[in-house]
Design a protein around this ligand. Structure first.
Ligand code: G6P
Length: 615
């Protein structure tokens, strides 16, 4: 993972880089570092901990920072998070300095070769090997930095987004990417380098996203040249105009990004179907589907690949696709799919779901499916992300930037877009009549207002949170469409409060988890009036009989669960397939409040990162 930032131009580099690092902390926050050249000296500061730790150390030291620099926020892969392993890394001569997001897999033999040639290493990182390899090539081949980077990278195996500069030639930064994202912000006589566009959005709307296998030498007063790392051929730079604005990436008065993003869901869901769902005309319009409709209609099956919360959205989609479109669906962890030998047919449609569009395992699963001839459709949130470019076609969720590491609005918007797709296919296949189709669209259109209504349970969720914040375990149960919601509720609690939680299909409880139930065990049960209600009530009885504490997530006006449960949280009624969009709201709020009460870092939980670009 890791976030990288760089700047070259006419501004003070330090404020641009440090602020950029703050925005990229979602990518990792084990340690942070910065390298600046002030005209005389190369200053490298790095520390274990967060960007604010780096800032409090560096702020005092910096008077003039010069106008070239690079910075890094780390999610450790090689070497424990400590000051020495933090980036940037400097070459043995002290001239070259590098930041790196990714993994150099063959770093060990390269390191041995360099040791044999007299190089020494102070860190355990693959990155320090890379910067010295570049130095070695530069010295031996007597080439410029760009060429040295290119030759060195052609000797590596692995993934990278790097930025490197030479303090003896501080008028250029060399950047390259393979497998990890790298965006270049193009200003007037200045360039910004970053893992995504958020660090430079207030300076420029123009961005170039390097493609895999490309590199560039960035000089402030010169035009940018992009080359292929492998064969040195020139590539025409494609400058995109970004739609992102600063407000979207700030907290806007909320204490945490997570709660802001929970509250953004009514708008985010509306943005997902805006312009796509024409309820009056009874039409769902989506270019990525319309242009490939035959592929979907003739699909032998749909295979969904994803990780984490996106995988949970995939599970909800399985129910929805099979119910509406009657197409068989398999949902796979991308990390498992890619490492077995899956049977993929040419008439399979693979849907890859990813908020960030950068998850390495999902990306690898896509490549595998493409190689075997399947049509691959991407559902991503981040516009221009690697997955959105690697897939044959796709649809953006348009949820806006999600910064809290625990995913919230990405989940509900992924379900929304997948529902739209399923409904559209159902209509094309004649599985739904016009009036049924329209009725579903009408109800989907009401969902944002119902989510707003569901959000009113915030205080109640806080009250419940106060009673269970000290629990060591929790069980989440749901059936049918809400089984994946139970999984997602448990994941939210684990991620941010570090309380062990398990999601389970309610009926499966009696095959194991029931043994865990005693008076200490909070059991969150999703018991919507639509869909297996009586069965879930029976499951609740079973929990009650064993003195478990029951928190029921119920439909407004519920009577039966109320009689049995210790607490109930009510949400508005909707059609059964849409209940996940509402049932998930109290679960998000519950975990949020528990984590806040426990004093945890809600937006940056330990050991996690938002974008997992390592395998
Ligand atoms: C990480 C994040 C999760 C996310 C998962 C998949 O684990 O912490 O919130 O669900 O990656 O990410 P993606 O961007 O592919 O949806």
């Amino acid at each position: 993972m890791c976030g990288i930032v760089g700047y070259i131009g006419h501004r003070e580099a330090y404020p641009v880089i440090i602020q950029g690092l703050e925005r990229l902390e979602y990518r990792g926050y084990d340690s942070a570092g910065i390298a600046l050249y002030d005209g005389d000296n190369l200053k490298v500061s790095k520390t274990k901990g967060k960007v604010e730790d780096l800032k409090s150390r560096v702020d005092k030291e910096i008077t003039s920072s010069g106008s070239i620099g690079i910075g890094h926020t780390r999610w450790a892969t090689h070497g424990v998070p400590n000051d020495i392993n933090s980036h940037p890394h400097v070459s043995n001569s002290g001239n070259l300095v590098i930041i790196h997001n990714g993994i150099i897999e063959n770093y060990d033999p390269l390191r041995q070769e360099l040791i044999n040639r007299g190089y020494t290493f102070s860190s355990d990182t693959d990155t320090e090997v890379l910067v010295n390899l570049i130095e070695d090539v530069k010295k031996n081949e007597d080439v410029r930095l760009g060429k040295a980077v290119q030759i060195a990278l052609n000797q590596t195996i692995g993934a990278y987004a790097i930025a490197v500069f030479d303090k003896t030639k501080p008028n250029e930064i060399v950047v390259a990417r393979l497998g990890s994202p790298l965006a270049i912000g193009v200003g007037d006589d200045e360039f910004f380098i970053a893992s995504d566009a958020t660090p430079f959005i207030e300076y420029t709307n123009n961005a170039i996203y390097l493609e895999d296998g490309e590199m560039a030498v960035v000089r402030s007063h010169k035009k940018l040249k992009i080359r292929k790392i492998k064969d040195d051929s020139l590539v025409d730079p494609y400058i995109q105009e970004l739609q992102l604005n600063l407000e979207q990436i700030e907290k806007g008065g909320y204490d945490h990004f997570m709660i802001k993003e929970i509250y953004e869901q009514p708008d985010a869901i509306t943005d997902t179907f805006r312009g796509r769902m024409l309820v009056d005309q009874g039409i769902v319009r989506m270019a990525g589907i319309d242009d490939n409709i035959e592929k979907f209609l003739n699909a032998r099956r749909i295979i969904i690949v994803a990780c984490g919360t996106s995988w949970h959205a995939g599970l909800v989609a399985e129910y929805i696709f099979e119910e509406f479109a009657r197409i068989p669906v398999e949902v796979e962890y991308a990390s498992e799919f890619r490492y077995r030998n899956p049977v993929i047919y040419k008439d399979d449609v693979v849907i890859a779901i990813s908020q960030s569009g950068e998850t390495a395992d999902t990306m690898a699963a896509i490549k595998l499916a493409k190689k075997q001839g399947a049509f691959v459709f991407g559902v991503c949130n981040v516009v221009g992300s690697s997955i959105s470019r690697e897939t044959h076609a796709g649809a953006y969720t348009h949820a806006g930037p999600e910064i809290g590491v625990a995913s919230t609005k990405a989940f509900t918007t992924q379900i929304t877009i997948l529902t739209l797709i399923a409904l559209k296919l159902a209509k094309h296949k004649g599985e739904l009549s016009n009036s049924e189709f329209r009725a579903y669209l009408q109800e989907l259109e009401r969902i944002p207002a119902k989510v707003t209504e569901a959000l009113k349970c915030n205080e109640q969720a806080e009250h419940v949170a106060a009673q269970y914040k000290d629990a060591h375990n929790a069980l989440y149960l749901g059936r049918g469409y809400n089984f994946p919601v139970a999984l997602e509720g448990a994941l939210k609690l684990k991620e941010i409060s570090y309380i062990h939680a398990e999601g389970y299909p309610a009926a499966e409880m009696k095959h194991g988890p029931i043994a865990l139930i005693d008076e200490q065990m909070p059991v969150v049960v999703i018991a919507m009036r639509k869909g297996h209600y009586e069965k879930v009530v029976s499951n609740i009885e079973e929990i009650k009989a064993r003195s478990g504490k029951i928190i029921g997530i119920v439909t407004q006006g519920d009577k039966e669960v109320k009689k049995l449960a210790d607490h109930v949280i009510e949400i508005p009624e909707t059609l059964e397939p849409f209940t996940p969009l509402l049932a998930t709201i109290p679960l998000q709020l519950l975990s949020y409040h528990i984590a806040v009460m426990l004093g945890k870092n809600v937006d940056q939980p330990r050991n996690l990162a938002k974008s997992v670009t390592v395998e």
